[in-house]
Ligand binder design. Sequence first.
Ligand SMILES: [Zn+2]
Ligand SMILES: [Zn+2]
Length: 627
Amino acid sequence: MFLLGDVYKKQTKDEGTPEPTSSPNTSPSPDPPPPEEPTRLLLPLAGDHGAYEFPDPRQRRTQTLIRGDAPMAAADLEIEIVSDSKPAQKVGNPSVAAGEAAAPAAAAPNHIVDVFSASAYGDLQVLRRYVEEDGVSLSKPDANGYYALQWAALNNYSDVAQYIIEHGGDANAADGARQTALHWAAVRGSIAAADVLLDNGARVEAADVNGYRAVHVAAQYGQTGFLNHIVAKHGADFDAGDNDGRTPLHWAAYKGFADTIRLLLFRNAYQGQQDKEGCTPLHWAALRGNVEACTILVHAGTKQELMVKDKSGFTPAQLAADKGQRHVAYILSNAKRLNGNHCGGRLCAGRIATIGYAPILLFLMIILTVLFINSILNAPKFPKITAAVALWGWTAVSLVFGSLLMFYRCSSKDPGYIKSNSRHLDTDGDDPLLDIDLNNSSIWTGNWSQLCPTCKIIRPVRSKHCPTCNHCVEQFDHHCPWISNCVGKRNKWDFYVFVWLGTLTTFLGAAVAAQRMWTGSPEPPFTRSWTHYMFTEHPGAVVFLVVDILIFSGAIALTIAQTSQIAQNITTNELANASRYAYLRGPDGRVRNPYNHGCRKNCTEFLIHGYIKDEEVAWPSLQQATA
Ligand SMILES: [Zn+2]
Ligand SMILES: [Zn+2]
């Protein structure tokens, strides 16, 4: 999903370079850089789907201009019917795309045989020759009913599109499926071409035979940037339904384009929309087992969407279970339980999830302290305590008070919540996504995952939305149920001190208890009779030791993990999801952490400031990655 930003940049970069028009014929070897194979993906046909099947995009027929190894025959331009070879994958991997496209480049000029191929390959010079010297009309479709303008729009040749419109091409000309050039531009996310079309009178809401508008096509192909652009700049209606009542959100959910879903929800797309079959977007995401899509929809939605039944009477969770999507079914039924509104038990479970285990931890700390004082330090059945052991014992007790203080601080402190934006985006004027420049903005990395559909904000890098707290948290580390709070930028220091104190206290407690039990029995230690003696004479001490060791193991593991993460300046969340975050990837695609200033600097900065500032880093690597 996170590749989409990169893809977008790659495409605009490739197709933005004016090389194709810069005299490909003059230089000897210099193949005009490969335009993407002018593939046009036919959109799904109406009526070929069953009750729960959207038309399978892979069954779409693809039309290509034959290229490369085709002999120079009379029919240079042929229609080849091939199955769609996963377009997302093809463009999703820049290196593959570049490699694939390099091969036909040499042959490309051979395939410019008419105005349509000239438009598809973006060869404005040749196109002009056809029009101005040979007098070819640009207002007529090719043998298949497709217009030159559609081919130019598909591959984002805005100059060619402009030329075609100025020389007789109709911006609203539609092919046999009533698709316009704008539909084709949406397939590849060709923003520049779409601008030319829309500025020259193309209708942004033009619908094809299936009722698909450009917004639907963009959602079907995960063209998030394109969708955002036509909505923000050209006022496209992102809640429009197609002939089956499916909105772009339905399509994005069905196809699992998480970033597109984020954008639509960020713009307040209606989640409760039911199509002809009564399905909401969540139904379709559940049906296809799109885990990330379901998660986003659930977090941004209300419990109402979880309860909606389609025409067959299924809720999204039931539908997922029915179709064998067990992971999704689990997520959805869990969400329903947490959102519970029916029986008392469910409500209870929901409350526990938000309150967390903090009361339990507090209770444990108090009980253990009481046990420690009564059953270990002051237990009358143990021999009199030595001064040294007593000193350690009471040190442990005083550390408990430090722990309690830190526990209170890290659970009550604001972990770095980012203020949410309740204002609706629909109002004209200040759309924050109107002028985003995916390549240059320092607050925008081209990563759509930074849109929070719930808080309606563009959140800073390294922050994450916590569904339990229902806020975005700066430098999100994790949501800790034991403190019933998130650990983030503002309370990480308190948390770190707390786990250290916990480790020390439980260690001292265990050591003192072990010493007392070791020396406090007439039986030799660790024999059967010794164990029996301890259980009968000192049950409190045994319970203390067992629970204390359990807590100690957890605390020391957490301390070690946190220490190593602070030394590397990486959060728990980033460590767990490193491969999903674009900002944690270097130009070569490998995971690397741009925030790591070196162990010494990371540690000193954390200990002094309580967090590590990261405003100035990370961007160079992103720029390199997209250059
Ligand atoms: Zn949020
Ligand atoms: Zn939280």
